[in-house]
Design a protein around this ligand. Structure first.
Ligand code: HEM
Length: 409
């Protein structure tokens, strides 16, 4: 079967704000298509995406199987060397043994116990952020609450000193622009600069922790060993930066898109409010997962086809890139009942939001804890919170979120 051609303008602001009206007919009538502009094969159905995520014939890189010459990849672009020094050491972009090696070192120290130990700080930090705006009767939820909270939490967890945190968000923002399709020359330069400065800062903190260990994740990552194997200096720096970036970018977007979804669904808003009043933790848990399904903050991830393969009657050629639309899978009525409705009580909810398979999000327990804690404190403190004007979407689809969500309370 030949793959139909279709162009999806994922960077169109209307699509970013409201992709569902476009995705639904595609999922029904053309669930797999080749986009000649992006040169990627897009998949929009839940079952296809889930199957491909578990399929070893695809990977986030090809370099564990082939040399660049073998697959016709040009040499790395020297103009992005500083960014690559970071990115090439990020274990999410590794496969097979290289990926397992670093992921298991990180898992040894980034444990459920460490995450759980943050619960108290998480609540007190949320209270402080609300204290700072409460008297005004209004705020920008993104700027004043959603953004600072995960940044503070992940910086605390890693052990970034308070006076060195100002650049975390701008650096991270500059770096993640490189993941959008079609970044500009200026964005590349900014990402290079951010990666260099960020790597230097982490290197300096790590040196300090080697000399004077502390109770934080950087110290543990400096020390962690697996049968004599340790992280190299660049792996250590890149892992910390990646945890910092991954640890907040999507969480900010998850909470602000979640609150906006509640504003748009008053019955669900009332249900959340009541759940918090009654301390109904099970509804809080299903509710947060439902936000994350309903508005997927990281809507699309890609994989390379590692060898020629047949997939449900279509041929995928070695070297092709596939774009897996998690956001569309999360709204697939073939898998989710009333897929386009927000239902905080949903229990059968195998959301694709955190991925599946070997790259399943390592921070999912932390993200869930952060959102549960945030919404519980928010609705306790500001039960009358409501929208105060239009939410604004950030540019970019791959990391999809709001820049502003004005609220009154
Ligand atoms: C709502 C918040 C979050 C969302 C939606 C999210 C989503 C994801 C997704 C979809 C992946 C897999 C990517 C793929 O399929 O190619 C992933 C991987 C990852 N995430 Fe998250 N994430 C969130 C929060 C976090 C947090 C808080 C952390 C850590 C502090 C984190 C750390 C990671 C790491 C380390 C990986 C790489 C795993 C690997 O390749 O083995 N994430 N995340």
């Amino acid at each position: 079967m030949t793959i139909p051609l279709h162009h999806l303008n994922i960077n169109d602001p209307d699509f970013i704000a409201s992709p569902y009206a476009t995705l639904t007919p595609l999922r029904d009538d053309m669930p797999i298509f080749h986009d000649p502009i992006w040169d990627k094969v897009f998949f929009t159905r839940y079952a296809d995406i889930a199957a491909l995520l578990k399929d070893k014939r695809l990977g986030r890189t090809m370099l564990h199987r082939y040399t660049r010459e073998e697959i016709g990849w040009p040499p790395p672009d020297p103009r992005e060397a500083p960014f690559r020094r970071y990115q090439d050491n990020v274990f999410m972009d590794m496969e097979a043994d290289a990926h397992t090696r670093i992921r298991s070192l990180v898992t040894k120290v980034f444990t459920p116990r460490r995450v759980e130990s943050l619960r108290g700080v998480l609540e007190s930090t949320t209270h402080k952020l609300i204290d700072a705006v409460e008297a005004n009767g209004k705020c920008d939820f993104v700027h004043d609450i959603a953004e600072p909270l995960p940044v503070i939490m992940i910086a605390d967890l890693l052990g970034i000193p308070e006076d060195q945190r100002d650049n975390l968000r701008p650096w991270s923002n500059a770096i993640v622009k490189m993941y959008e399709l079609g970044y500009t020359y200026r964005q590349r330069e900014e990402a290079n600069r951010a990666a260099t400065e960020f790597m230097e800062m982490i290197g300096a903190i790590a040196a300090e922790r080697r000399a004077r260990p502390s109770d934080d994740l950087i110290t543990e990552l400096v020390q962690v060993e697996n049968q004599g194997d340790k992280l190299t200096e660049d792996e250590l720096r890149a892992t910390c930066i990646f945890l910092l970036n991954a640890g907040h970018e999507a969480t900010v977007n998850g909470s602000s898109l979640g609150l906006r979804a509640l504003f748009q669904n008053p019955e669900q808003f009332a249900m959340m409010k009541q759940a918090v009043e009654e301390n109904n933790t099970s509804l809080l848990k299903t509710g947060i997962d439902e936000f994350l399904r309903y508005e997927t903050p990281l809507p699309m991830f890609e994989r390379y086809v590692l060898e020629d393969m047949d997939f449900n009657g279509i041929t995928l050629k070695r070297g092709m890139e596939v774009a897996l639309m998690y956001i569309s899978g999360n709204h697939d009525p073939r898998r989710f009942e009333r897929a386009d409705q927000l239902d905080l009580t949903r229990t059968d909810n195998p959301l694709l939001t955190f991925g599946l398979g070997t790259h399943y999000c390592l921070g999912a327990p932390l993200a869930r804890l952060e959102l549960q804690s945030l919404f519980s404190v928010l609705f306790k403190r500001l039960p009358n919170i409501r929208a105060n004007g239009e939410a604004q979407f950030a540019k970019g689809f791959v990391i999809r979120g709001l820049t502003h969500l004005p609220v009154v309370f």
